[in-house]
Design a binder for this molecule. Structure first.
Ligand code: BJ8
Length: 418
């Protein structure tokens, strides 16, 4: 199968082996995990197996498989057309050198990692998909799409930078253009019933993740932050109906754990909320550090986190124009730092801090991400105003800064414990 997909099989095998070892060390070594995590562990074991076969089967049925990098691409439309939306990974140091042969070194590691997976032919998802739909959120991404297009068909959706009336109109036009593109590829015109069904599916998936996030806010928390992060990462490539069912089954178990007072990890662990850039699979660096130091992460204000699932939308619109307008409004609520002004995000961070019962915030940013690195100033000011213990971490995917970060995290946890 890998040869047919034109993979660099030798390097891919090495990467799979490495991922397996890191996963075992980071995840399987945790004590007293919920039994329901077995499904998600298996999704990682089958990351390069079962799910790829499902995508190939979808293609054989003529259903489009579309790769994305951002939560602004409306999955509802892909689902309505019978297609599959795959959030492409960009969380590994392993693919960065492949990217640096072509791209500048001083850009975001997430962009480099994702691009490197394609350039090195070491990600089967990239090899399976029909086309990529990128966006104009940040400069690193939008200029990379031009180069990526030489390797895989890459379309680009223009994302507004402000939220005025004219921006909303432009965004609605972009959503409609996306629908047309997906329809012309699948050869299927999306009906209002298709859109309602897809909206229900996505709402159910987002509701399941909301439920999980609410349950983990319980003090003491019944599940580790690492495990929730893993589920949030798997949300981007699993089949959505099955995924929602599994998350809900896990939530049933967590409710029982809460009733039985089963806590993870220890009852006195410091509770930390993370805010900032998304942590794409397999970026577990910060969670591993924080939870390795005895604390627990109880919230991710991130696109691999609450920004992905906090907003639902009306499932019962009467006609296509209304449902597309609702969709546009729903997606315009995403408070990415690429927008200016972005006051909603400051309020949202404070709200999530209160709801999660956290005792401190770590703002996590990736190197060279200008929008999050600058918006960090406003988050810090808000935390100072509210008296919230706060720490800023800017990192990449290399292991080089782990020792230094560990010292800083431990000092921060001590400060919280005082
Ligand atoms: S909606 S956060 S998924 S753009 S970290 S690549 S912004 S330089 S990831 Fe994002 Fe969409 Fe916004 Fe969410 Fe650029 Fe920054 Fe890198 Fe980033």
């Amino acid at each position: 199968m890998w040869k047919d997909l034109d993979m660099d099989v030798e390097r891919f095998d090495k990467m799979r082996l490495m991922l397996g070892e890191i996963f075992e060390k980071t995840y399987l070594s945790q004590k007293n995990r919920p039994a329901g995590m077995a499904y998600f562990d298996n999704m990682i074991a089958e990351l390069h197996g079962g799910r790829i076969k499902e995508l190939l089967a979808a293609k054989e049925e003529g259903r489009p498989v579309i790769g994305t990098f951002c939560v602004y691409i409306p999955e509802e439309i892909v689902l309505a057309a019978g297609g599959v939306c795959v959030g492409l990974c960009g969380g590994s140091q392993g693919s960065v050198p492949d990217a640096e042969k072509i791209l500048p070194r001083n850009i975001c590691p997430m962009v480099k990692s994702a691009f490197g997976f394609k350039a090195g032919r070491i990600c089967p998802y990239f090899q399976v998909l029909d086309f990529v739909y990128g966006e104009t959120t940040c400069d690193a991404k939008k200029k990379t799409w031009e180069i990526l297009d030489e390797m895989v068909p890459t379309h680009v959706m223009e994302i507004p930078q402000m939220k005025n009336q004219t921006d909303q109109e432009m965004w609605l036009a972009e959503v409609k253009a996306f629908k047309t593109k997906v329809e012309s590829f699948s050869g299927k015109e999306v009906t209002i019933e298709d859109m309602r069904r897809a909206t229900r599916t996505m709402n159910n998936k987002r509701k399941a993740l909301q439920r999980l996030n609410t349950l983990r806010h319980t003090n003491p928390t019944p599940i580790s932050g690492k495990d929730v992060l893993l589920i949030e990462q798997i949300a981007f490539y699993d089949e959505p109906i099955r995924f929602a069912r599994e998350v809900n089954e896990l939530c049933d178990e967590l409710e029982k754990r809460i009733a039985d007072n089963v806590a993870i990890p220890s009852k006195n662990a410091a509770r930390i909320m993370v805010a900032g850039v998304p942590m794409a699979l397999p970026n577990w660096k910060l969670h591993n550090l924080v939870e390795g130091a005895g604390a627990v992460i109880v919230n991710e204000e991130s696109c691999i986190g609450t920004r992905y699932y906090k907003d639902l939308m009306d499932e019962n619109a009467e006609d296509m124009e209304t449902i597309l307008q609702n969709l546009t409004s729903r997606y315009m609520q995403i408070d990415c730092s690429c927008f200016t002004p972005n006051n909603e995000r400051i309020d949202q961070v404070l709200r999530e801090y209160k709801e999660s019962g956290a005792q401190g915030i770590i703002h996590y940013s990736l190197q060279f991400c200008h929008t999050y690195n600058i918006e960090e100033i406003r988050i810090r000011q808000a935390c100072e105003r509210e008296g919230i213990p706060y720490m800023f971490i800017e990192s990449d995917y290399s292991p080089e800064d782990v020792g230094q970060l560990q010292t800083r995290v431990e000092a921060f946890l001590e400060q919280i414990g005082e």
